[in-house]
Design a protein around this ligand. Structure first.
Ligand code: A2P
Length: 294
């Protein structure tokens, strides 16, 4: 039986099942969004250097903790290593020190490699292992790694990633990666769990939502957590934030799970081999694509 509200990672760290993603949230809106989430009992916040809003997240955490009387230990903060910092041990460590400063914290609960940058991720991972050993990250992991990337990483790693954060929702299932991670006890986490909101007018999802007395977003998120995923939906609206966290009082049966699974198109939102990471408002002008081109 899956524990629905929390997940225990392979190193014993307990992580919330539902969190707030802040991809594409402008820095000046981020602080308010994060503080509002904390006030509404969100514990997991997921950011990245690439999002350019880590300072906003840091401010939002400060404000949210002040408003609620909670402490840093009550939160689970995730950030990620930027592609442009990858491949050089010292650069990764320096970048993470700066990220911690921007986040106004001594540690993150989870530090992830944002993308499997060709020829660079094994060196980056060595830095993450030492960051973990030094206590600057309570857990470490990767994002967007497929079976080939993971196999290569495991050949070089001394610490196995605790998380693989991948694009996952009813339209994209990545079954080989999912099976591999499950076999290796690497916890799966879904980014864009609502398919960027584009799934929510689907008739099948709307019919099931009506039957359950829940919203389409709640049905989609429930479908994901019932398969063992952690989910980090993004919303700037407080009512939607509340809605997205309220998914523990109903169950989808096997037929409903299957019907939603039939929506699979195996279609990525971002074709990451070609995606150039640039224009970071935090002043980062390096960019690099995952195939190693600049
Ligand atoms: P908004 O920020 O205006 O609420 P994903 O996390 O899959 O990338 O999806 C994020 C998108 O889904 C955003 O456009 C967000 O819009 C929208 N969204 C998030 N939660 C809900 C919800 N409960 N109902 C409808 N749309 C939602």
């Amino acid at each position: 039986m899956i524990n629905m509200e929390n997940v225990k990672l392979s190193n014993g760290l307990v992580m919330p099942r539902v969190g707030l993603g802040v991809w594409k949230v402008p820095i000046n809106a981020t602080a308010k969004m994060v503080a509002t989430a904390i006030e509404n009992n969100y514990a997991l916040i997921d950011t990245a250097k690439q999002y350019g809003n880590e300072r906003g997240v840091g401010q939002g955490i400060k404000d949210g903790l002040a408003a609620t009387g909670k402490s840093r230990q009550d939160l689970f903060l995730t950030t990620k290593v930027f592609n442009g910092d990858q491949g050089d041990y010292d650069r990764v460590r320096q970048a993470v020190n700066q990220q911690l400063q921007n986040l106004q914290t001594d540690y993150v609960d989870l530090l992830l490699l944002h993308w499997p940058v060709f020829n660079r991720y094994n060196t980056s991972w060595r830095a993450l292992e030492d960051i973990y050993r030094d206590g600057q990250a309570k857990a470490i992991g990767v994002c967007n790694f497929n079976v080939e990337h993971l196999t290569n990483l495991l050949d070089h790693a001394t610490i196995k990633p605790m998380i693989n954060q991948i694009e996952f929702n009813p339209r994209i299932h990545q079954p080989d990666t999912v099976a591999f991670c499950q076999g290796q006890h690497i916890q799966l986490e879904a980014w864009s769990p609502l398919g960027n909101g584009q799934l929510l007018d689907n008739p099948v999802i709307n019919r099931i939502a009506k039957d359950k007395g829940k919203s389409p977003a709640q049905v989609v998120l429930r479908w994901e957590i019932q398969q063992g995923f952690i989910v980090i939906p993004k919303s700037t609206h407080v009512t939607r934030m509340q809605e997205n966290a309220d998914i523990f009082d109903f169950t989808l049966d096997a037929d409903e799970m299957e019907e939603i699974a039939m929506l699979d198109e195996e279609k990525h939102t971002i074709w990451y081999d070609k995606y150039k990471w640039s224009g970071n408002p935090d002043g980062v002008d390096d960019y690099i694509a995952c195939d190693g081109t600049f």
